[in-house]
Design a protein around this ligand. Sequence first.
Ligand code: AMP
Length: 899
Amino acid sequence: MLVFLQSRNGITTLERADPEKLTTQPAFLTGWIDRRDPFRSKDIFVMKRTRDVRLSLLILLSSLSSVSSQVNPGVCRYPLGMSGGQIQDEDISASSQWSESTAARYGRLNFEEGDGAWCPEITVEPDNLKEFLQIDLRSLHFITLVGTQGRHAGGIGNEFAQMYKIKYSRDGSRWISWRNRQGKQVIEGNRNAYDIVLKDLEPPVVARFVRFMPVTDHSMNVCMRVELYGCEWLDGLVSYNAPAGQQMNIPEHVVYLNDSVYDGAIIYSMTEGLGQLTDGVCGLDDFTESHVYNVWPGYDYVGWSNQSFPGGYVEIMFEFDRIRNFTTMMVHCNNMFTYNVKAFQHVVCYFRSESDWEATPLAFSPSVDDEDPSARFVPVPLANHMASAIKCQFYFADVWLLFSEITFQSDTAMYNTTLTPPKAGLPPIIQPEDDPTHKVDDSTTRILIGCLVAIIFILVAIIVIILWRQVWQKMLQKVSGMANEIQMTESILSTQSETFAYSHNQSSGGTSEQESSSTYERIFPLGPDYQEPSRLICKLPEFAQNSEEPASSSTVAQDGVPHYAEADIVALQGVTGSNMYAIPALAMDLLSGKDMAVEEFPRKLLTFKEKLGEGQFGEVHLCEAEGIQEFMNKEFLFDVPEEATVLVAVKMLRSDASKNARNDFLKEIKIMSRLKDPNIVRLLAVCIYSDPLCMITEYMENGDLNQFLSRHEPEGQLALLSNAATVSFGNLCYMAAQIASGMKYLSSLNFVHRDLATRNCLVGKNFTIKIADFGMSRNLYSGDYYRIQGRAVLPIRWMSWESILLGKFTTASDMWAFAVTLWEILNFCKEQPYSQLTDEQVIENTGEFFRDQKRQIYLPQPVLCPDSLYKVMLDCWRRNAKERPSFQEIHRVLLQIQP
Ligand code: AMP
């Protein structure tokens, strides 16, 4: 367990961090611990284990009483208010949003509100860096660290930014792209939707506005939650202008004394930027060496030779955010006199408060040191001058002047190197009128009390955890008799609160029947392929204690059909009805969105031909669409016949559907409109200006794959005798390969289908296959993912063990479902998967997959299936999701299979 001590409002509090999440934050830990900067090692507030508490407390106490005029990047790492809520919603904006529930304000790290994250309107494309999430910090901040997380939404979400860039601005108009010390802009982001990844900004930035811009190497769905870490920029320095740094040639090295992280313009001189003189890193005594790994000699310093400055001085102008009362300027200078480098011998500073420079400058001459070669801060008293700009001329004491840091103290504001947080809304670090000594003492006492409380809290937490673990382990051993389950069970326990929604929802659903009976959450066809796993899961020994409701008080009806919100089902069954709804925002969004690939089609140009089927939303009709080509996005035209009248499938929402059903329908449209692949069913146009809402898709002549294969037989004697229609093994593989190809496309978008099965694939002419029914993925951005009355109704026979037990849906769980679909295909859909098992036994079998004691039952090898292909199927059902093949591999394998 990791424990995280943090000071809020001057009182140190202890946060018990989610162990799963914290252990996956190496950047954070190393960021605090492994810094080579001597300042930084003192201020470690992350404790690896509870036995480190005393040590950490000592470390903590040793760092209490320091205030400084200089920002310390090792300490300046406070969350700036995305996760803590101090940043207001109106200060978080974005280039676009997918829907109201994925607006910018949901982009807060560790928040699960709305649909769980900020998601931009469109798929992020590699060559299109338009999308960003923007934070306005309201004042300048020194930002040292950024944190990102994807959209997890309790196991439903799976969108994250694998890479991103940062842009920042101090004034809201000039935007600067952040680059690391090697000049690279792209930051590696998340690898999954739930872990927080923290990245040091090296170099840190001074900014008021920050933009996170997701970057991808292929077009994909991206969602982000973010946090900024740092502290307020008390210097108020907005830019410095100085002559460009120069190059020194000494016998051993060429020393580059340029300002390599300057973020303004550099031509002959540097203008309107900040850089190494304000990055918080002081150079070493030996200027040829650096704190920073893998950089060139002289990296920490900006330096000038007197040969280029006939006046004998270097002039630097500093611009500030407002008029300030300046007390001191601290200039960190190198003094390696053996190399003709010395701190300045004299400085003359001019002040400007309004438009004009003051006539009388301030002069100061520090003593020149010919004995001690160590680098040092030279304080220059500024005698309470009021100014918004200062221009200083630093006179050479030797051939070279080398500065690594310049800071300003004004208005008595000081950086606190203790744990006191700096964010507005919390107590300021030091009030101008406060007595600093008193302030430090007071804060010391408060922090000490906080530490003691924290330690007590840690001890209590440890005892509780130990006891809890023991009880849990005993239970496990007793029930399963296998000690090696403990580790995995811990992981389940740690995630069950967020992902194991079924059992909790079940109990709440069970007790609040009336409350929820009017709530439409998701309507499924009442087919036997979908079951409610929660009550069945409760019977697994590992999960038995999670059920407050005895399994006997089943909500599953006698026939095995789940107990739906019946009122809704009934209400949704009538197709007539004349409810008129205002066009919801989402619909407007669909039609007005610049990137939308779908247009409104005049309903009167549709002529009904026949009913094709019935789905969860309503009926699907075969219609003739007159002149549909004119209403279609040109990119989609290639598949559509040129005749004036085209046959199309029209999926209609029952006109009396609830508001949620309408929203889900519109969301499915939104998803489908963005999918462009030969093996994904194409949305041609929509009718959403009036009821009933319709989606017009391409017509697939042979209906769904399940029905199609059920009507066919394998080639052979038997088929010949019965005169049945046949499909060759080669064509079966061809169809499976097309499904793999469509899935390859979806997975490249980071898009999880969640309901892959033959019933959700459509068959056209010549065995063409297209994946359809995005009913489950439709709720991609919906927090109430496929629950009816708080209960989940799921295609359990197609689902991976982790989807059933942990609620985890990933491309790897789609791969599991793909192998079940392949199994259906090779069996000509004559049999349901695990037909010999009841639903309860299917869930029990899932428990066996989880336990992995070789007691799990696999679907048997179909008669038509060669050994090599069955082996691939078994690979798809591996317990470890990472060991399952990718859709690329599967696609390749299927193309290669020879009958
Ligand atoms: P759905 O609501 O998508 O589950 O569709 C219900 C049924 O309508 C499917 O099982 C198919 O038999 C039929 N169907 C749906 N879309 C199409 C289409 N584009 N072409 C032909 N038949 C379709």
